[in-house]
Design a binder for this molecule. Structure first.
Ligand code: NOJ
Length: 749
């Protein structure tokens, strides 16, 4: 018997040994257990503090005496410090001058590039090219990590249906499926080189009236079906951190919302990383009206917030909260552990200076391959919204006039969230034209100031909206432009927003071109010379008049460091535009919120019936629908062919369609698959994107594009928030945008 027991114990020991060696986190856990056993409560609380050092603040508060606080062990990470020298300086205080020498983590907003700036995210999303997006994120991570950073506050995956909200420029538009694909691609591009941070959790894009930081109120069903998918996808892809949003969820600011941060994020979704607040979001809970500083600290810690960006409430009150029993030490331990784990995984305990390497910085920052990628991304982001009579592409043999402030302005090219980017290094359209075609090849006139609204300029400063206003009167500028346009065979008018007109704290109640810009267009229209309107902006604009009156419209967004080269290539046909908008362009602001995947309602639109859902003064239809974008060539779609008319549980169906290039240029088309669940236990959208494929075709070439449809594509969160597919009839739509599609039906049983 004794022998049997001994053998049994041996087997058990071997098994547990095996288990230990198979546990990839065993070594990390041992290390952190050991470290934490030496830490005082004060030191643990210190790890939860993230002050900002530097100039790029996005709120009224700037952290003070950060060096001293690091020395006292009161800082876990630093936001806003980069360059090898600056990082080394702070890191060495943490490592050499604190009791336990715990290294800092360094975070920053590397949102669409670090030094090499890529198109703003809304633009990049218009490429629908996941490989490109991943490459862009990776290139950004390489540059950031070479500059001392190991954590980016990106991707922003907030679904946005209201273009009045300036921050639509930082996200991927209105669609949960596409948003999820993009969130995933970005996380895979950043990690594991640096840590990503999924933001803003949650629902930040749904602020009432499109006003930044405004109240959100939403049903759980809408959250789960329409707003949560991109956050979840980014987390499933391995995002290491999550940022809370400024807004409230069910009446509680996200930073103090236990349901969101613990029940959903950690328990339902299994998130293992750490949660940081947005900039001063914790102290803003006082303004929200849920308690004083002590109370909001308690709410935040108990909700599952781990790190406090800039409020310093954890640093000031963390110890007191534990000592008074309002927060358990276990809760602080858990938060501290998550932050230490992050540092361990980044390799900072092995080498606190592993991100500090001047040689690498010199080699990687703005390297030729990154500049090339920036140009490629800008080309693929551009969306051709209109092109009558094939006025584009231009022919350099034509007499062409370039008019408008965005022909020569440098600053706007890199957009708003280009924190570390140097706009002096961005290439304007005019630079690119001169380089490629010589100095006096084209005509030029300014035409108007970008902004002629004094109030707006004041509001935009110090974000430098109008850097080079002309001394001339608006009338003189227009007269000059008209004179130039009369000499030309075609004019390109480059207009849009100043970079500070979209982005954070940049909501607009009117999202059309500014009046002075429209006045210019009206005067030019009278010359009869064909007009190409070239737009640079960070949000969908209302362009009804422009759509009626311009010959072509090319949306270039804020295209990044190499923007000028990219635009020149597209205008002259060296590249064929292939971008498709990821946010609906409304006809006017009265239609907002407007999005393709809306519900049918009980009284769907019927032009012949008064009592149906519509406006008296405008169509329900957007100006340009989600997924829309033209090419210099044309694509014709055949009929959808299904592999069967029935999808059985656990099986799949194939939906195929022939796509042919029927024009004169080689081009890339994004073929989109939408599905409609015709009858549900709860109401379902009229259409939902469920897949897309990109295909490049030569003139005349035809290819069959196939999609596999599985049960999973039919699933949604029902009234009990269960993710289910329900038997019944489904419509399938395939086309080049969400409006112009072929259609067929199948049954799911
Ligand atoms: C506030 C913004 O909401 C957030 O996106 C950003 O990461 C932080 N400021 C830090 O700059």
């Amino acid at each position: 018997m004794k022998k049997i027991v001994t053998i049994f114990l041996c087997v058990l020991a071997i098994a547990s040994c095996k288990q230990k060696s198979n546990d990839p986190d065993a070594e990390m856990n041992r290390f952190i257990n050991d470290l934490m056993s030496k830490m005082t409560l004060e030191e643990k609380v210190g790890q939860l503090n993230l002050p900002a050092v530097g100039f790029d603040v996005t709120g009224p508060v700037l952290s003070k005496d950060v060096d001293t606080k690091i020395r006292k062990g009161m800082v876990g990470g630093v936001f806003n410090t980069f360059t090898p020298d600056a990082v080394r300086k702070l890191q060495s205080i943490a490592v050499n001058e604190t009791r336990l020498g715990i290294p800092l983590i360094f975070g920053y907003d590397v949102v669409h590039g670090h030094k090499t700036i890529f198109p703003v995210p809304l633009g990049l999303s218009s490429s629908w090219d996941m490989e490109l997006i991943q490459k862009v994120a990776h290139a950004s991570a390489v540059e950031a990590s070479a500059d001392g950073l190991n954590w980016t506050f990106s991707p922003m995956v907030d679904i946005a249906r209201d273009p009045r909200w300036g921050r639509v420029s930082e996200g991927s538009g209105e669609d949960p499926y596409l948003g999820a694909c993009i969130g995933k691609a970005m996380v895979k591009g950043y990690e594991p080189l640096i840590f990503s941070c999924v933001k803003h959790f949650a629902l930040y894009g749904a602020g009432e009236a499109g006003r930044d930081y405004n109240t959100v109120d939403m049903s759980r069903q809408r959250m789960y079906n329409e707003y949560f998918p991109p956050y979840k996808a980014a987390i499933d892809a391995g995002a290491s951190t999550v940022m809370t949003s400024f807004n409230e969820i069910d009446g509680m600011p996200a930073t103090g919302c236990k349901w969101l941060l613990t029940e959903v994020l950690r328990k339902e979704w299994g998130f293992k990383g750490f949660v940081v607040t947005d900039y001063t979001a914790m102290m803003e809970m006082v303004n929200h009206g849920v308690g004083d500083t002590l109370k909001v600290g308690e709410l935040a810690l108990n909700a599952g917030t781990d790190m406090d960006m800039v409020s310093e409430i954890f640093a000031d009150h963390g110890v007191e909260l534990v000592k008074s029993g309002r927060v358990s030490e276990k809760t602080v331990d858990a938060a501290c552990r998550r932050i230490l784990e992050a540092k361990y995984k980044l390799g900072l305990f092995k080498d606190p200076y592993c991100f500090v390497n001047q040689e690498k910085a010199d080699k990687e920052i703005m390297s030729a391959d990154k500049l090339e990628l920036s140009k490629e991304a800008a080309i693929k982001s551009m969306v051709l919204l209109k092109n009558d009579n094939q006025v584009l592409p231009l022919n350099p043999g034509q007499k062409i006039a370039f008019i408008g402030p965005q022909v020569k302005r440098q600053r706007d090219l890199i957009g708003n969230w280009s924190g570390a980017g140097d706009w002096h290094k961005s290439v304007t359209l005019w630079n690119a034209l001169e380089e490629e075609y010589g100095k006096d090849k084209f005509l030029y006139a300014l035409g108007c100031n970008l902004i002629d609204d004094k109030g707006l300029i004041d509001k935009l400063n110090p974000h430098g909206a109008e850097l080079y206003p002309s001394e001339k009167t608006p009338q003189q500028l227009i007269e000059e432009a008209v004179h130039v346009a009369r000499q030309a065979e075609v004019v390109v008018v480059a207009l849009g927003e100043a970079f500070g007109m979209s982005g954070e704290a940049a909501s607009r109640s009117n999202i059309g071109l500014l009046n002075n810009q429209v006045e210019l267009l009206k005067a030019l229209k009278k010359t009869g010379t064909p007009i190409v309107l070239l737009l640079m902006n960070g949000r969908p604009l209302t362009l009804e008049w422009e759509d009626e009156n311009m010959d072509a419209i090319l949306e270039a967004w804020f295209p990044g460091t190499q923007g000028g080269y990219a635009i020149a290539d597209v205008l002259f046909g060296k590249a064929n535009p292939s971008g498709k908008i990821t946010m609906t362009f409304p006809r006017n602001t009265g239609q907002i919120p407007i999005y393709y995947n809306h519900k049918n309602t009980g009284r769907p639109f019927d032009a012949n019936q008064k009592y149906t859902t519509k406006y008296l003064d405008i169509s329900n239809e957007p100006l340009y629908p989600f997924g829309y974008g033209l090419s210099y060539t044309t694509f014709e779609y055949g009929k959808i062919v299904l592999s069967g008319n029935q999808l059985d549980a656990g099986q799949s169906l194939t939906a195929s369609i022939d796509v042919q290039n029927t024009g004169k240029y080689a081009g890339t088309e994004t073929v989109q698959l939408y599905i409609r669940d015709k009858v549900g236990s709860v109401t379902r959208p009229v259409k939902e994107l469920k897949g897309f494929r990109q295909v490049t075709l030569n003139p005349g070439e035809k290819k069959t594009i196939s999609f596999t449809i599985t049960e999973n594509d039919l699933k949604f969160y029902n009234a009990d928030l269960k993710f289910v597919a329900e038997p019944g009839e489904f419509d399938v739509f395939i086309g080049g945008n969400s409006r112009d599609t072929k259609q067929t039906t199948f049954v799911y049983d």
